[in-house]
Design a protein around this ligand. Sequence first.
Ligand code: PEP
Ligand code: MN
Length: 272
Amino acid sequence: MKNLKLVVRETIQSTVVNVSGIEVGKDFVVIAGPCSVESEKQILETARAVKAAGANMLRGGAFKPRTSPYSFQGMGIRGLKILEKAKQETGLPIVTEVVDPRDVSWVAEFADVLQIGTRNMQNFSLLKEVGNSGRPVLLKRGMYSTLEEWLNCAEYILSEGNPDVILCERGIRTFETYTRNTLDLSAVPAIKELSHLPIIIDPTHSTGRLSLIASMSMASVAAGADGIIVEVHSNPEEALCDAEQALTPDIFSKMMKRLRPLKSFLNNLPTD
Ligand code: PEP
Ligand code: MN
């Protein structure tokens, strides 16, 4: 890891990223919401439900980097305005993806956290732009990337003068096909060893299976993650994107009732 300067851990001090008073890296953060913004009704219903269940931030993509050019690409600015409305009503900060360097400055006006997706992790001009955006960045791990490559991408953002990077492990490609990706949970303690940046887990895209999301969320807490980002849809059967992996508000709420107590239990364990 010889070229890394700013992301490497040199002291025991960890970075805390403040998002409207939510301290990522200190408090356990839960970011929840649909894959994509589809309508005002869908976002407002989902935002109310995840807030009631104890989520700290609302996620939702207005720009979707899809594998097929014929799949739904997102609502763009109309989607961002809907997210803004949900924020006004619920107070939940917004996490939303930006895919094009030309869009960063205006998307940053709507986003409390700018998400860089797995397919764009090494889009260096995009990394430079978000490094100058004045907004915290959620940097997802490239699905084919090593920890070193990932940390180099965080280094790009920090070297532009933006210290507020949250890493997100979202699963990597392996030979396994039962799950959509393979969740590399060891990335959590490994990143903690190497870097001072906070790291959260995406149990949704890493598994792609509803039945595995609660277990992997609990495992994320146990591995020492600083939070999770999880897909929840008010009506998953109608979802235009990633319908098969979206939690219903009811399942999400049940999961949350187990997650926070697990975190408190672990906090009270002896450290050595
Ligand atoms: C997402 O979070 O909606 C997403 C597209 O994730 P990823 O970039 O990890 O596939
Ligand atoms: Mn998705």
